[in-house]
Design a binder for this molecule. Sequence first.
Ligand SMILES: C[S@@+](CC[C@H](N)C(=O)[O-])C[C@H]1O[C@@H](n2cnc3c(N)ncnc32)[C@H](O)[C@@H]1O
Length: 241
Amino acid sequence: MVEQPSLSQADEKKKFVRDKFSSISGRYDLLNSLLSMQIDRYWRWKTTRLLREFPAGPVLDLCAGTLPLSLELTRQTKQRQVLSVDFCEDMLKAGQQALPQDDRKGRIFPVCGDGEEIPAPSDTFHGCTVAFGVRNLARTQQGLQEMHRVLKHSGKLLILEFSRPTNPVIKPLYAFYLNKVLPKVAGMVSGDKEAYEYLASSIAAFYEPEELLTMMRQAGFSHVERKPLSFGIVSIYIGVK
Ligand SMILES: C[S@@+](CC[C@H](N)C(=O)[O-])C[C@H]1O[C@@H](n2cnc3c(N)ncnc32)[C@H](O)[C@@H]1O
């Protein structure tokens, strides 16, 4: 069993994470596109495609932030309704202000809430997506249990998250970019260098893929698997309730 932080450590991390995202909320989308050279769009597209078997079912987009994945979910499937939960109100507000004036606006329902105590009844959603959010949870196992609780039987969990490339050529290049280039550029654009130093250190400190897959199984998921993308810079983790 992977060790989990105490409640007070968890509260401390939550406050730090909420404050950091609040401080960069107005620049988050710009920085995302800039720093990933728009590859993040492909990663979200690929993740969303994995929910094709539920073309109409409601989906929970957890740690939804400025709503980029909620938008992709409602773009790919015309009847899709998405509950978009995040505990940082400023991120949700920035996302809402930038929503395109089309029918998707009426199918995305942003709610401020904690992913470790999801504000939704059990057995509700056909799918649950979490893009770049699981790494930020203070109590990952508690969050995974909550995701399992709110999914319907046969519902699918899709976690899109940074992983660490193992390719000997890519690995040092990526480490240099993440630790040296990214905090500098992001610090200049967002005015908060610390937020992007946190990004690099949280990627370095995050669970190994096998550990996360084990935690998903412990939370009750079956058919658990990982699909690495872009040399393993990110991975999609899949589980079924
Ligand atoms: C890197 S952003 C990802 C936003 C979006 N999903 C995306 O694809 O860009 C991570 C988000 O997770 C949220 N978050 C972190 N811990 C959370 C928690 N315990 N409950 C709800 N949201 C949380 C943060 O507020 C932040 O908006």
